[in-house]
Design a protein around this ligand. Structure first.
Ligand code: URA
Length: 174
């Protein structure tokens, strides 16, 4: 199934420039899972290359993690209009792709960037304030939810926590 570059499984297909499957090391021990591509990602076909991506790069570098060593993707692979939250039908349609990526890459650690990814792995009721920075385990994978880098633009006080969480993930894979 991986990857249908003409995927039409949900209505986002008609709006996208590129599908953003994800990128990185196919043998990564660490996978980062975001929400969905933004405008720049949609244009380039690469994950986290916009403003949130720049901040993510800083956080990764600070934690001693190199992008080439990890795998970065998102729950939904096509951009929702105006960067709105993906709808349930879009998440459901797209989730076999993420499941396949997890099967193939078999990361030891998944860092969920933001609420959508945290809910995808941990259940629809979780609150980011309750789960961020805590370890969970699912099918032998260690799951660490944290803030989405874009959330830092709305509240800089979250930055130290995002950094702290990324360092925690880094220690786990060293
Ligand atoms: N937010 C995401 O979740 N993924 C991207 O690629 C960019 C922003």
């Amino acid at each position: 199934m991986l990857y249908d570059n003409d995927c039409r499984l949900c209505p986002l297909a008609g709006l996208r420039s590129h599908i953003v499957w994800g990128e990185g090391n196919q043998k990564a021990q660490l996978m980062l899972v975001g929400e969905a591509p933004g405008a720049k990602e949609d244009l380039c076909g690469r994950p986290f290359v916009g403003a949130a991506g720049k901040l993510l790069d800083e956080v990764l570098t600070g934690a001693g993690i190199e992008r080439k060593d990890i795998y970065i993707t998102s729950v939904v692979k096509c951009r929702p209009p105006k960067n709105r939250m993906p709808h349930r039908v879009e998440i459901t349609a797209c989730s076999p792709y993420l499941a396949e990526q997890l099967r193939r890459i078999r990361p030891r650690v998944v860092v969920c960037l933001g609420l959508l990814a945290a809910r995808h792995f941990l259940g629809p009721e979780v609150k980011i304030s309750e789960v961020r920075g805590r370890w969970f385990e699912l099918d032998g994978i260690k799951i660490l939810p944290t803030f989405h880098p874009a959330a830092i633009f709305r509240g800089r006080d979250k930055l130290p926590l995002l950094k702290q969480d990324m360092e925690k993930a880094a220690r786990e894979i060293l």
